[in-house]
Design a binder for this molecule. Structure first.
Ligand code: HEC
Length: 112
């Protein structure tokens, strides 16, 4: 009984810290979306004629790998973005590397 209670407490702790991490990451992602390039990704992507990132990700039409490729290499009217993303104060403060920062914005767009 004691042992199973301890196990349960352990599982809850892990679940809670996992949730807290996901929240923090999505929050950093939101700040990237609003602040990268000074005016945010939304300054272009919230315009209907440009790719609607959140909808594409939710519909399974934009996977994590091609998302990252576009950020690294740019694409047509889409400027290279990784350097700008790494300068967003929330990214610097969280101490994220490139992978974590791309995860954060991808997770935010998926949840948006
Ligand atoms: C100056 C305007 C502009 C800004 C700022 C901008 N984008 Fe884009 N983005 C575009 C345009 C235009 C395209 C379409 C490019 C094409 O398909 O030729 C695009 C395409 C993309 C794509 C590829 C979509 C697909 O279907 O393959 C991704 C991913 C993307 N942008 C992410 C971002 C993120 C994340 C940010 C912010 C860090 C951002 N963009 C900021 C204009 C912008």
């Amino acid at each position: 009984m004691k042992k199973s209670l301890a196990t349960l407490a352990g599982v809850m702790l892990i679940t809670l810290s996992g949730a807290a991490f996901a929240d923090e990451s999505e929050d950093v992602g939101k700040k990237i979306y609003e602040r990268a390039f000074g005016r945010g990704c939304g300054s272009c992507h919230d315009i209907a004629s440009n790719p609607q990132l959140s909808a594409l990700i939710k519909d399974g039409k934009l996977d994590r790998a091609s998302f990252e490729n576009t950020l690294k290499a740019g694409k047509g009217g889409m400027p290279k973005a990784v350097e700008e993303i790494m300068k967003v104060p929330a990214v610097v403060k969280a101490g994220y590397g490139e992978d974590q920062a791309v995860d954060a914005i991808y997770a935010y767009l998926k949840s948006k």
